[in-house]
Design a protein around this ligand. Sequence first.
Ligand code: AMP
Length: 220
Amino acid sequence: MRNIILLAPPAAGKGTQSEILEKEYHLAHISTGDLLREFIKKEDELSEEIKQVIARGEFVRDELMCKIIEHRLTSPDCKDGYILDGFPRNVEQAKKYEVILEKLNFPLGYVFFLKVDKDILEKRITGRRICENCGAVFNVNIEGSMPKESGFCDKCHGNLYQRDDDNQESFEVRYQTYLQKTEPLIAYYKDKGVLYEVDGSQDKVKTFQEIKLILDREMI
Ligand code: AMP
């Protein structure tokens, strides 16, 4: 079973690398951000609360996140392995996740830390545009990632939108939250001997090649 955790600051490319890994290794892609964004479409009291938490750039409660993850991991598509994109986000979640793993008899697997400097993240986050139809991601600030026609998806011509939390203010909160809560996971997983650092600031294909080199060397 191949399990991968992608650990990174906001907009470091977790989603992009997950998609490539999903195709290359046939793993389930579990994005907690996507799961939450799906959940808040329901329009009840809890979803309204979560919507506001996300828009402020804060974290959703650990217990809820762990329930969502435990439920998702019992799906048949996870039995050969999966990529966790956005979970765990703090040491508390990492510890609770280990209890879930024990219950399901799953291994911890590999943790990749995508290292990217703050100025690059800022540029990526404020320029990120997503297709509301197919989910393809573009960036109006980065040469080579811009949509050919402004506001429309190259692949399906769907409308492009900007996430509520992809703005300067939310980015600052998200980045500070990352430093305080998520960054300690680097030491946590280093201690466990499962952490691999890769350069997430380069072209997505080059970042993936770094990950692949490690996986193909380490995976049985
Ligand atoms: P992402 O798409 O990974 O950037 O996540 C978007 C937002 O969803 C985050 O800024 C948090 O508000 C929330 N979120 C996603 N994953 C988690 C998690 N593991 N724990 C708490 N909040 C999360």
